[in-house]
Write a protein that binds this ligand. Structure first.
Ligand SMILES: [Zn+2]
Length: 511
């Protein structure tokens, strides 16, 4: 009752989120009433993003849409990492500058985001636009005695000067002290000290700084961009679960060391990974799927359903069965919507008492479903719960409608309209599904079904992707990088594609 009256008085509703730092579901208490400062770590742009990156982006979009629906003014920042070792390496391979390469792939990622139906954040930021802010932040960390400059000109964060280090990930750093995975260099005072500023290497992008020419470390960028656009503290910070350590742990250390204000983030939220046919997606396993390939195959709406219908903290196991299930659910939704649209188009019949009562009850069920969707979202974005409410309503609609198609009494037409609004606005506004014209949507689902290959077939690359791989292989061969050329050939082979070289060029076929 309280939540409803709050909405009626224009107050935002209560939201509960599972905070990674405490492991508990907590009520979000915002820094400023009615406002949410929200940051999500975006991709490093050195190539096409993969479907795991797409899941993270869609989850950030889901948070954004829900916060707005719940009545908050949201300041949402999502970044692009556009300077990084991988970008520099790939740019050298493609024979263009790192800046050009990053710009190219930001354009490609934006195309994917548009097809996936992501809303525009308040600010889309790039690291290379924030070098002065990054330098200023490193200056503060040094001034507060939380970092040091090595003889070779690298600026490092000093873990020993920040005793709370580890409070997000709860790692016991002694466990892997100087272990195999931690590189110990002579210049580091402690093996976990991490780079804030790296001295320039020949041929790499670099900027002037008080510590000489160089470029920022990875972690400092998010601290700098967040404080510029959101302030020194924020309400919610999101990322994929692989970012908890060290990236987000280091963000906390940097930001709190610089500002002296804690907590840097009130609630940390992280989305789980995505497996493909029960295996972790990886290039070496040959089950690596780009977002482009995924979106081309399924279109935005099916892609959204596949990546958002599970709870964001649950592992998604993606495979043929998941696609079949998604199609079945969406077909059920759109078949009902199609009937509702048809009903609206009928000529109004004379009211019938029994039908009026049934449709009156259905209108109340629509109200209940609306409330159930929002209540489910308020509890840590419980999408499965919201979908459950919608599929119950679909069953109620089909039952009320009866067979053959109901008489179009005035209350039946009203009920159909209410039902469509639940699908398009209540659910559709949050999940970005249910808003298409039913005939066209059903036709598209049939096409996707027809193309569903047998078990494991989903990992097969498309013709475009194969052509791109063949092009990269030719480049590698021209550069006499035969190891890389061979890797590409083996990758394709593992994914069911055989390539053949002949004097006329390279051809390919599926096995
Ligand atoms: Zn980040």
């Amino acid at each position: 009752m309280r939540a409803v009256s709050e909405i009626m008085h224009g107050k935002p509703r209560e939201i509960f989120l599972t905070n990674t730092q405490t492991g508990r579901r907590e009520r979000l208490e915002t820094l400023e009433p009615g406002k949410i400062r929200f940051y999500s770590c975006g991709p490093t742009v050195y190539g096409f993003i993969h479907v795991g990156n797409l899941r993270a982006a869609l989850v950030s979009d889901l948070f954004y849409r829900w916060f707005k629906r719940a009545g908050y003014a949201v300041n949402f920042v999502r970044n692009y990492t556009d300077v990084d070792d991988k970008i520099i390496k790939r740019a050298a391979e493609e024979g263009i500058s790192p800046e050009e390469l990053a710009r190219k792939y930001i354009r490609e990622v934006e195309k994917d985001y548009a097809v996936a139906g992501l809303e525009e954040p308040t600010h889309k930021t790039r690291v290379t636009d924030h070098i002065p802010e990054i330098i200023a932040l490193i200056g503060k960390i040094l001034a507060n005695g939380k970092g040091y400059v090595t003889p070779s000109g690298e600026v490092l964060f000093s873990i020993e000067a920040f005793p709370e280090y580890g409070k997000l990930s709860h790692r016991n750093l002694e466990d892997n002290e100087a272990g195999a995975r931690v590189e110990v260099r002579d210049e580091k005072r402690s093996p976990h000290d991490f780079s804030l500023w790296k001295p320039a290497k020949p041929g790499e992008p670099s900027w002037d700084s008080p510590w000489g020419k160089g470029r920022p470390g990875w972690h400092i960028e998010c601290s700098a961009m967040a404080s510029k656009w959101l302030g020194q503290q924020m309400d919610v910070h999101h990322g994929g679960e692989d970012l908890v350590f060290p990236h987000h742990e280091n963000e906390i250390a940097q930001s709190e060391a610089a500002s002296g204000q804690a907590p840097y983030v009130r609630v940390w939220v992280h989305n789980a990974f995505l497996n493909i046919n029960q295996e972790k997606m990886s290039k070496s396993l040959g089950n690596f799927i780009t977002a482009r390939d995924f979106l081309t195959r399924f279109g935005g709406e099916v892609a959204r359903y596949l990546l958002l219908s599970a709870h964001y903290r649950s592992l998604i196991d993606f495979g043929d069965e998941a696609v079949e299930n998604a199609l079945t659910s969406l077909e059920r939704l759109y078949e009902a919507k199609q009937k509702a649209v048809q009903l609206q188009g009928l000529r109004a019949a004379v009211p019938d008492l029994r039908a009026e009562a049934a449709w009156g009850q259905f209108a109340a069920q629509c109200q209940d479903a609306r409330r159930a969707i929002d209540d489910a979202f308020a509890q840590d974005l419980n999408v499965p719960g919201a979908l459950g409410a919608v599929f119950t309503l679909i069953r109620d609609f089909n039952r009320t409608l009866g067979e053959p198609l109901a008489q179009a009494t005035p209350s039946a037409i009203l009920g159909a309209g209410e039902f469509i609004r639940v699908l398009e606005d209540s659910l559709g506004g949050l999940l970005g599904i249910g808003r298409s014209e039913p005939g066209q949507a059903l036709e598209r689902f049939r096409e996707i079904r027809a193309q569903l290959p047998g078990k494991g077939g989903l990992a097969k690359p498309t013709a475009d992707e194969i052509a791109e791989q063949i092009r990269l292989r030719a480049e590698a061969r021209a550069a006499r990088d035969f190891a890389e050329a061979d890797r590409i050939r083996k990758d394709l082979d593992a994914r069911g594609v055989v390539i053949k070289d002949s004097p006329a060029g390279t051809t390919w076929q599926y096995k």
